[in-house]
Design a protein around this ligand. Structure first.
Ligand code: TYM
Length: 334
């Protein structure tokens, strides 16, 4: 049976890329009735320094973001990673399965560690093994993510394959990454060659899910473009990263294909297209930020939802971890 798992880091600045590449697609998956498990990956966030007060706030705000995006805690499991110890327990096993060389190839580690990799935390290096554990401790079969997570998901498959081979079992599923649609690679509003990111120093580069209607509209009005009007055909977007990004965002927000969007707006000047886009973005996003701030007024309720989700998650994860230990020859009461 299919089972969906995905995670988002509670490290602040939840943005349009997280929404279109992840949250919105999770809501679509939930509504198709597949069992879905979604995790606020606080243990991933602390691979780089997090202020404790901010981490607590971001974890709750991210949970509010899930619910405001249409995830129903009664249908999907919503919880934070540190409440389900099985993730880190299986991660240790995977630390012993994965090879140093596999980790060294991870481009995200290289990007995040920068020039001085000796100074990065050991956790940042081991991060993809924890991510594999997040997924495989539920025997999840499908993982919806944005483009940037593709390499980590390939590593997850490699870990599952090596574990199964090493122990001669057919135990961990070979997970399918689900990277579909126009929202899986949202680029910066200031530079069409960089992805939209929570760590970009310019707040104008991204639309935050907490932005109000005026801010959203202003960021779109100021988004970088070239001076030409939109091309009349999809092909004309090829060498124009900023134009292509805006059209992709429009398509993802409107649930349209790029072809459909181009049929509607092809040939228009940006002075005409941008206000259309701002209206659409405000219509779709402002209610989410409104709902998030409403939910944040009752953090006890959010904490209750996370604790309840953690209980349901643990009920799935614990037997899978026990079986893993059993396969490996660990002695214990089973
Ligand atoms: P994170 O927290 O950086 O991002 C959360 C999700 O948002 C997607 N995303 C984007 N999609 C489109 N355009 C963008 N500009 C953009 N920026 C981010 C990400 O692809 C992701 O789907 N390692 C993961 C978290 C994680 C996880 C997991 C995911 C931990 N364990 C298990 C899936 C399964 C991360 O750092 O995502």
């Amino acid at each position: 049976t299919p089972r969906v798992f995905s995670g988002i880091q509670p490290s602040g600045n939840l943005h349009l890329g997280n929404y279109l590449g992840a949250l919105k697609r999770f809501a679509d998956a939930q509504n198709k009735g597949v069992q879905s498990i979604y995790c606020m990956v606080d243990l991933h966030a602390v691979t780089v320094w997090q202020d404790p007060v901010e981490l607590r706030h971001s974890t709750r705000e991210l949970t509010a973001g899930f619910i405001a995006s249409g995830l129903d805690p009664a249908k999907s499991i919503l919880f934070n990673q540190s409440q389900v110890a099985e993730h880190t327990q299986l991660a240790w096993v995977f630390n012993c399965v994965a090879r140093m060389g596999w980790m060294q190839r991870m481009t995200q580690f290289k990007d995040k560690a920068g020039k001085n990799a000796q100074n990065a935390s050991l956790g940042l290096f081991a991060y993809p093994a924890l991510m594999a554990a997040d997924i495989l401790v539920y025997h999840a079969t499908h993982v919806p993510v944005g483009e940037d997570q593709k390499q980590h998901l390939e590593l997850t498959r490699d870990i599952a394959i090596k574990f199964n081979n090493d122990f001669g079992v057919d135990f961990f599923p070979i997970t399918e990454p689900v990277i579909e649609g126009t929202g899986t690679r949202v680029m910066s509003l200031r530079d069409g060659s960089k992805k939209m990111s929570k760590s970009d120093p310019s707040d104008m580069s991204r639309i935050n899910l907490t932005d109000d209607a005026d801010t959203i509209a202003r960021k779109i009005r100021k988004a970088k473009t070239d001076p030409e009007p939109l091309p009349s055909e999809v092909k004309g977007l090829e060498e124009r990263p900023e134009a292509r990004n805006l059209v992709n965002i429009y398509a993802a927000l409107a649930d349209m294909s790029v072809d459909q969007v181009m049929a509607e707006v092809g040939g228009k000047a940006f002075s005409e297209f941008k206000p259309m886009m701002a209206d659409l973005a405000v219509e779709k996003l402002a209610p989410i930020s409104g709902e998030m701030s409403r939910l944040m007024q009752d953090v006890n309720e959010i904490d209750r939802i996370l604790a309840e989700g953690a209980g349901r998650a643990r009920a799935i994860a614990a037997p899978i971890l026990r079986q893993t230990y059993e396969i490996m020859g660990m002695v214990g009461p089973r």
